[in-house]
Design a protein around this ligand. Structure first.
Ligand code: ADP
Ligand code: MG
Length: 596
């Protein structure tokens, strides 16, 4: 295929689709350029989540007047001739295409001066069209301002989240960059307010303190390990500062933030027995190793990596964390009856055969409890199947249970099987009921019927939410929505929040995890989500409050439950669409045994 230049607007839009997905990707590209230019100070400012305004200022080498057009206008390719070829090129990625791609879908202004030049430049380019190139007086370095992202591609703008959500994603990008490069002073300004500023003194601890806050920094202990060319430095949290999710596990590999299941697993293994189930250690760990032992091309954004030797990486992180937690294994590695949460990661996770092998952990008869006793079994606090008739919304109690319970619905017997199912003889039918699915659906209907006027419980002592800054912010920003779902969350000091009230139904359940899950959902959600979000919250709350496999039930509870279930003929599937029960008639059974 001959080399040809694509029509510029086509080329730019293609590349933009790849490089510029949202404000966070613009910020990432601009910051990486700034660092590539040798900057020791970078300031990122955004307004309206970065959709309206992004500014990245650096004190790096600058761009010369001769080069500025080239930086924005480079589209020669031998790879694309027809539209049909586009599919394949999209998979290759577009190196060196960041600036033209950004300029294709926004209004861009560049101010730049090299230290050796007397005059700087001001270059303006919008939707790929150069508007002006003038001399300008400016300090050495480069400022790039990106306004009105996707103003000329409204279809793309529709896929953006709320300004809040986009701003959080930008924040996450700048945070990770600031943590990855403590030797660069990085400032992040959001909506006119400085969010954080690192000193750029090369000290990881000061970057962590500046970015993640003082309380977080104070919960950390120094970790390190060095073995076979793999060097780890940084910090892990004290066991009592473990979080509700993995969002505060930061791994940097050869200067880049990465996500990897094996690294998390090694970290979590080191805490085994010292934190309770459902909690995750936090960390900021810097790993350096020979690049040839890492495959960074798993993910186009280079955030997912694969190691030549997964087991060695697991062990290295494990050892670094163990170093921090105190090398005395007998004190830390105690057998705990609370199982580690199941890892849901695509990477293979090296487990029991890692160093030291799990079977070598002290296995005494006297189990040592973790510093925090596991939560009491839920059933102690909240008998799972006691759904009182007066708690049911009017909608569901009509016609009243007793009136429809004629002989046809008489429950002759109801037993529990495999800790999971109820087997009931009702009238002429045999019912096999998934107790969790059925209860979950029942609670979901209750919650839905109460939306907006949820029966709430005021917590005796407000529950401090041990969550990240973004999670706290998103919960507070959706106060009204959460109130409709029965959650009252209020700010508490700077960057923190407490839960004051919860839906009655959730009393005694793990409210902290519930809050963390809601934050996670809201952060990932798109604009205009009220109905969808409420529904999601009802699902997750119902699932949390519903009886679980192996929760004990009594005969009376089971019968009461089956009666209630039968009184709600619309409940035949759980909120996720799985069936709640299967039935078999007496006649079908008789047929099976060839009695008829
Ligand atoms: P790439 O970074 O892959 O080369 P970009 O489109 O991101 O491609 O940038 C194009 C070029 O513009 C860079 O190679 C660099 O020469 C120049 N450039 C971009 N941003 C800056 C900056 N902040 N300071 C100095 N030069 C820059
Ligand atoms: Mg670049």
């Amino acid at each position: 295929m001959p080399i040809q230049v694509l029509p510029k607007h086509v080329a730019d839009l293609i590349a933009a689709g790849e490089v510029v997905e949202r404000p966070a990707s613009v910020v990432k590209e601009l910051c990486e350029n700034a660092l590539d230019a040798g900057a020791t100070a970078v300031t990122v400012e955004i307004r309206s989540g970065g959709v309206e305004y992004i500014r990245v200022t650096d004190n790096g080498g600058g761009i010369s007047r001769d080069d500025v057009r080239t930086a924005f206008l480079t589209h020669a390719t031998s790879k694309v001739a027809t539209a049909d070829d586009l599919e394949s090129i999209l998979t290759l990625g577009f190196r060196g295409e960041a600036l033209p791609s950004i300029a294709a879908v926004a209004r861009v202004q560049v101010l730049s001066r090299r230290a050796q030049d007397e005059l700087g430049l001001c270059y303006v380019i919008e939707a790929g069209e150069e508007l002006s190139l003038d001399d300008a007086g400016c300090p050495p370095g480069t400022t790039i301002i990106v306004r009105d992202l996707f103003f000329n591609t409204p279809a793309r703008a529709k896929f953006l989240k709320t300004d809040m959500g986009e701003g959080n994603l930008v924040g996450a990008v700048v945070e990770k960059l600031a943590l990855a490069r403590p030797e660069v002073a990085i400032t992040f300004i959001r909506q006119g307010k400085q969010s954080f500023a690192t000193p750029g003194d090369g000290n990881a601890a000061s970057a962590v303190r500046a970015v993640l806050g003082k309380p977080f920094a104070e919960s950390l202990i120094e970790a390190r390990d060095s073995n076979n060319g793999v060097e780890i430095t940084g910090f892990v949290c004290k066991p009592e500062a473990a979080r509700a999710n993995r969002s505060q596990q930061y791994f940097f590999l050869n200067g880049r933030w990465v996500r990897n299941g094996t690294l998390s697993a090694g970290l979590e293994q080191a805490y085994r027995g010292s934190i309770m189930t459902g909690r995750y250690p936090a960390c900021v760990l810097y790993i350096t190793m020979p690049p040839q032992l890492v495959d960074v091309n798993v993910h186009p954004a280079k955030t997912e990596v694969r190691f030549a030797n997964e087991k060695a990486m697991f062990s290295a992180v494990y050892a670094a964390a163990k170093y921090a937690l105190g090398a005395d294994d007998s004190a830390q590695l105690t057998v705990n009856h609370v199982p580690l949460p199941v890892m849901n990661m695509s990477q293979p996770v090296v487990g029991a055969d890692a160093n030291p092998p799990a079977h070598k952990m002290p296995l005494s008869n006297s189990y040592t409890l973790p510093p925090h006793a596991p939560e009491k079994p839920r059933a102690d606090l909240h008998p799972p199947l006691q759904v009182h008739e007066d708690e049911l919304p009017a909608l569901l109690t009509k016609p009243s249970i007793s009136s429809i319970l004629n002989d046809e619905f008489r429950i002759a017997s109801c037993v529990e099987m495999f800790g999971t199912y109820f087997l009931a003889q009702v009238g002429d039918e045999l019912l096999l009921i998934d107790k969790h699915a059925a209860h979950e659906r029942m609670l979901y209907e209750q919650l839905k019927a109460q939306a907006g006027e949820m029966k709430r419980q005021v917590l005796l002592s407000p529950l401090p939410l041990n969550l990240g800054r973004e999670e706290v912010a998103v919960l507070l920003a959706h106060g009204e929505l959460l109130m409709q779902a029965g959650f009252l969350i209020e700010p508490f000091g700077e960057d923190a929040a407490v839960l004051r009230e919860c839906p009655m139904l959730l009393c005694g359940h793990d409210l902290h995890t519930q809050a963390a899950e809601m934050a996670g959902y809201l952060l990932a959600a798109r604009q205009d989500l009220t109905t969808e979000a409420l529904d999601w919250i009802f699902h997750s709350a119902a699932c949390r409050a519903a009886v679980k496999a192996n929760d004990p039930t009594t005969q009376v509870e089971r019968e009461h439950f089956v009666q209630q279930l039968l009184a709600m003929p619309n409940i035949r599937h759980c909120p996720h669409g799985r069936p709640v029960m299967v039935t078999m008639t007496r006649r079908e059974i008789e047929k099976m045994f060839m009695r008829v």
